[in-house]
Design a protein around this ligand. Structure first.
Ligand code: FAD
Length: 390
C-alpha cells in the first residue's frame, strides 16, 4: 500500500490536537448547530486558542508561521469528521491568505492577529445573484468620493456570511472595463451600510451559515482597497489554484473516511445469513472505490508538494478539483447504497456526507468550468471562439 510521506512527527502531533478539539468542541454540539443553521461565535475563539486557524500566518501578525501542512491537517481532520458547520477553510485558506499576499502593512496588522485568534471571522464575497461562474459580470459598484469609496450592491451564497467581521469584497470600480474594472476591498462589517440578509436554507452543510449580503451606501476609505484599483480579477485568479487544491484535499479526505466506515458497517450488517461484506458486489464496489481513492490521494499529495514549492499551476489545480470532486460524490453515493435505508437516515454520517457532498461540484469553480480550463489548455491557441478568463 502506498504510504503517505508528506507529514512529519510535528504534523501528526498537531493532527492529534485537532482530532481532540473536534471531539471536545464540535462533535457533541454539531447536530444542534444544524438545527440553528450556524455555529456559535465562541467556537471560533476556541479554535483560535487551540491553534487551528491560519497556521501559516507569520509571528509578527500573531500567527505561528508554520508550514502549509499544518493547515492541511486541519482541513483533512475537519473533512473526515463530517462536521461541515465551522467555515475554517475559507477563513484560513482564502481570506487570511488574500490579506497575507496582497494586504498593506496596516491591513495585515488590523486583521491577521484577530483572524488567528478567532476574534475576527473572515468571508469571501464574490458571487452575486446574476454572476457566479462569470465573475466579470458582477454589479456591486464602488464609486470614488474624495478619499473614500461608496459601495452599493449585493452578494449571495457567502459562507460565514452571518458571522463575518471582515469580508474580501469584489466590486466594480469601472463598469466599462470588464475584468480590469474589478477591485477588491477589505470590508469591516461593523460599518454602517453593511447589511446581512437571510441565512440561506441549503440541501447540505446545514450548520454552515451561507448568506445574502447587502451594501447600501457603505463608505470605506481608499486604504481598505486590497491590492490596486482594477486588479481584483487578477488577484482572484492567482488565488484560485490554492482554493481548488484545498477543495481537492477535503474531497480526498472525505472519500477515504467514508470508505473506511463503510467497510466497518458492511462487515457487521447481515442479510441472507451473511454479512453485506460477504457479497461479492460489496467487495468489488469497495475495491474500485478504494483504488480510485488511492489514485486521488497520490495526485492530491503531489499537488500539495507542488503548491509548497510554488509550482502548482492552474491546470493541475483544476484537474485535482475536478477529479476529486467527482470521486467525492461517487464515493458517498455508492457507499450510501451499501448502508441501505439506514444510509438515508440523518443520524448516520453517510447521510450527512451525501447531502454535504453535492456542493463540491459547484462552488469554488464548477466541474464545467474546470473542464473548460483543462480543455482550453489542451487546445491552446487553436480555438476560434472567444475565450473566458478564469
Ligand atoms: C453552499 C455554497 C457556498 C458558497 N460559498 C461562497 C462564498 O463563500 N463566496 C462566494 O463568493 N461564493 C460562494 N458560493 C458561490 C459559488 O462559488 C457559485 O455558486 C459557483 O461559482 C457557481 O455560480 P452560480 O451559482 O452563479 O452558477 P452559474 O454560473 O449560473 O452556473 C450554472 C451552471 O452553468 C454552468 N456553466 C457556467 N458557465 C459555463 C461555461 N462557460 N461552460 C459550461 N458550463 C457553464 C455551471 O457549471 C453550472 O452548472 C457558494 C455557493 C454555495 C452553494
Amino acid at each position: 500500500m502506498i504510504e503517505r510521506k508528506l507529514f512529519g512527527q510535528e504534523h501528526e502531533m498537531f493532527r492529534d490536537t485537532v482530532k481532540k478539539f473536534i471531539d471536545r468542541e464540535i462533535r457533541p454540539y454539531h447536530y444542534e448547530w444544524e438545527q440553528q443553521g450556524i455555529v456559535p461565535r465562541d467556537l471560533w475563539r476556541k479554535a483560535g486558542e487551540a491553534g487551528l486557524l491560519c497556521c501559516t500566518i507569520d509571528e509578527e501578525y500573531g500567527g505561528l508561521g508554520l508550514d502549509y501542512l499544518f493547515d492541511v491537517v486541519v482541513f483533512e481532520e475537519m473533512a473526515k469528521s463530517g462536521f461541515t458547520g465551522p467555515g475554517f477553510l475559507i477563513h484560513t485558506d482564502l481570506v487570511a491568505t488574500y490579506i497575507k499576499s496582497f494586504g498593506s502593512e496596516a491591513q495585515k496588522r488590523q486583521w491577521l492577529p484577530k483572524m488567528v485568534s478567532g476574534q475576527a471571522v473572515g468571508a469571501l464575497g464574490m458571487t452575486e445573484p446574476h454572476a457566479g461562474s462569470d465573475l466579470k459580470n458582477i454589479r456591486t459598484k464602488a464609486v470614488r468620493d474624495g478619499d473614500d469609496f461608496v459601495i452599493n450592491g449585493q452578494k449571495v451564497f457567502i459562507s460565514n456570511g452571518q458571522l463575518c467581521d471582515v469580508l474580501v469584497l469584489a466590486t466594480k470600480t469601472d463598469s466599462a472595463a470588464g475584468a480590469k474594472g474589478i477591485t477588491l476591498f477589505l470590508v469591516d462589517t461593523s460599518l454602517p451600510g453593511f447589511k446581512r440578509g437571510k441565512n440561506l436554507d441549503k440541501l447540505g452543510m446545514k450548520a454552515q451559515d451561507t448568506s445574502e449580503l447587502f451594501f447600501e451606501d457603505l463608505r470605506v476609505p481608499a486604504s481598505a482597497m486590497l491590492g490596486a484599483e482594477g486588479q481584483g480579477f487578477a488577484i482572484m485568479m492567482t488565488k484560485l489554484a490554492q482554493e481548488r487544491l484545498a477543495q481537492a484535499i477535503r474531497s480526498a479526505a472525505v472519500a477515504e473516511e467514508v470508505i473506511t466506515y463503510t467497510v466497518d458497517y458492511t462487515a457487521e450488517r447481515e442479510a441472507f445469513g451473511k454479512t453485506i461484506a460477504d457479497f461479492q458486489n460489496t467487495q468489488f464496489k469497495l475495491a474500485e472505490l478504494k483504488t480510485e481513492s488511492v489514485i486521488g490521494r497520490v495526485f492530491t499529495d503531489r499537488c500539495i508538494e507542488l503548491f509548497m514549492n510554488d509550482e502548482l499551476d492552474a491546470l493541475d489545480a483544476a484537474m485535482a478539483k475536478m477529479w476529486l470532486s467527482n470521486l467525492h460524490c461517487k464515493v458517498v453515493d455508492e457507499c450510501l447504497q451499501l448502508f441501505g435505508g439506514w444510509g438515508y437516515m440523518w443520524e448516520y454520517p453517510i447521510a450527512r456526507a451525501y447531502a454535504d457532498a453535492r456542493i463540491v461540484k459547484i462552488a469554488g469553480g464548477s466541474i464545467e468550468i474546470m473542464k473548460y480550463l483543462i480543455g482550453r489548455n489542451l487546445f491552446e491557441g487553436k480555438l476560434k471562439a472567444r475565450q473566458l478568463a478564469q
